[in-house]
Design a protein around this ligand. Sequence first.
Ligand code: GLV
Ligand code: MN
Ligand code: MN
Length: 412
Amino acid sequence: MQIAINAERLASELNQLASFSDAPAPAVTRIVFTEADLRARAWLKGRCRAAGLVIREDAIGNTFAQWNGSSPDLPAIATGSHIDAIPNSGRYDGTVGVLGALEAIRSLQENGFAPQRPIELLIFTSEEPSRFGIGCLGSRLLSGALDPHHAADLRDSAGASLEEVCRAAGFSGPLSSVCLPPGHYAAFLELHIEQGPLLERERVQIGLVSSIAAPASLKIVIEGEGGHAGGVLMPHRRDALAAAAEIILAVERLALSTGALDTVATTGLCDVFPGAINSIPSRVTLGLDVRDTDAARRDALLRDIEQTAQAIAQKRSLSVQIRLMNADRPGHCEPAILDALRRACEQQRVTFMPIVSRAYHDSLFMSRIAPTAMLFIPCRAGVSHRPDEFASLGDICAGVRLLAQTLANLAQ
Ligand code: GLV
Ligand code: MN
Ligand code: MN
């Protein structure tokens, strides 16, 4: 089957989705359950309905849009990604896997393909950790990786619980109802931009993801003593931000000291209280993201960071509280689904190579309940989580065509 992709329609939809944003273009900010996210969801569901897909939403707002097969009782082939976007990011992260999957389904419909198994598009809630401090909320709950009671307790920076925020967004029901059993899906496929430079550098069109690096995150709260910036003399200070600065540099040094390029650690959040130029910071909250392809090495680094932060606090007579938000094992893609993707690459004569995902994805959790594989397309200079993130329409369409072909092969 020669699958024709409607590139113009897809480009126009990527543009429209990017317009639901709380940041001026080209930046995109779309935090889960904000007005921008809810408007984007409503628009997207309209596009899915226009394609004849039947929509269901669960208690956390994961959205399922199904194209029924001739054997509707068989487990579906699922595909999808996320549409939430971190502050000041780009327009391709996640959206290519959602709108690309919708376009793949429409292309198959327009090419006269009739699936035997249902094909289902999944749009996961809050793949990004921006609002509740941990990523992949929807797929964690769906796969049973996150205890619903623990999820219900998560709070955003305004103190609202995940359950309250879900309810306000129109999603009710217990979070325990989100979990799906292993075997519910026959396969899960996620199309995504690489978010790294390798495909572009190697001039290869498609990356077939073998594994997904193990992510972890920490929240560190440092409590010192505030005071007047003029009145309190230097030897008498317990400045929480000065301690935080020392901790941030230690995190960088410790990550470098593993000697492995696969170890990365980032302090991306630093909240200073009370936040006045003439007031000594009394409390600082840091958010750290720590990842490695080797989970044991990642865990050793987490322990080193914790010990070093405690030592710095002790030396400066401050207190420090460290909370491990998540420490997930790496994900592995399913060889049989990778084989299906490889066959589709050969059928379509596109170049491909194996690749490791250093970013995390909903596939990390879907791989716990379904045979899962990811395919990457190149993005310019490997740039992502920035407004200048870019993937060419040609590369996007090559990925979508390959996804469509693989969905068709697996759904027959
Ligand atoms: C996903 O956005 C990640 O941070 O890897
Ligand atoms: Mn992202
Ligand atoms: Mn993503």
